[in-house]
Design a binder for this molecule. Structure first.
Ligand SMILES: C[S@@+](CC[C@H](N)C(=O)[O-])C[C@H]1O[C@@H](n2cnc3c(N)ncnc32)[C@H](O)[C@@H]1O
Length: 151
């Protein structure tokens, strides 16, 4: 049986998950647990690396071989679920799992978590100031926020 959160059904009026579901292999069980511990009408505030724009091998390309040079955001293989292992600090390895957005939205819906708000925030000014290429790519959102409500 998949691990359960140590809380009774319907304990919370809100659950927040920020940049963690990308590291969880069993997404179905984890979302089912969020739904289980929420009260009816409770909210799930769900932050993800934007699944469409943060695909494997995605990123800002500055192609100086073209004449004139071209800059664009490359999107990798979006529809394929893909796991890579990231070294987040020395000798600490965790999985990073790319899934299409529909995989998340449909799993939320299957657990009675219906979408009521979606945000794709632009990178903040402080982040953009760090490097010129960030400014060039500032119309590409890195984050996705979904707010769902339990039926
Ligand atoms: C990118 S950090 C986000 C941390 C924090 N939520 C924030 O927004 O600053 C990813 C977090 O996911 C946690 N994590 C990784 N794999 C996990 C798993 N299988 N189950 C629960 N948490 C996990 C890590 O410990 C880390 O704290």
């Amino acid at each position: 049986m998949p691990p359960q959160l140590p809380f009774a059904d319907g304990t919370f009026d809100a659950v927040v998950a920020c940049l963690v579901f990308e590291h969880i292999r069993d997404v179905d069980s984890a979302i089912a647990e969020v739904a289980r511990v929420l009260q009816p009408g409770g909210r799930f505030c769900f932050f993800l690396n934007h699944p469409l724009l943060q695909t494997p091998n995605s990123g800002w390309i500055d192609d100086q071989f073209l004449d004139p040079p071209e800059q664009y955001w490359r999107i990798g293989p979006y529809l394929i679920e893909d796991e890579t292992i990231e070294e987040v600090e020395k000798d600490v390895f965790i999985p990073f799992i790319h899934r299409p957005l529909s995989r998340y939205v449909n799993t939320l819906a299957a657990n009675g978590l219906l979408l009521e708000r979606m945000e794709e925030p632009a990178p903040p000014a402080g982040f953009l100031a760090k490097a010129e290429e960030y400014l060039a790519a500032s119309t590409i959102p890195r984050l996705l926020y979904l707010r769902t409500r339990k039926m």
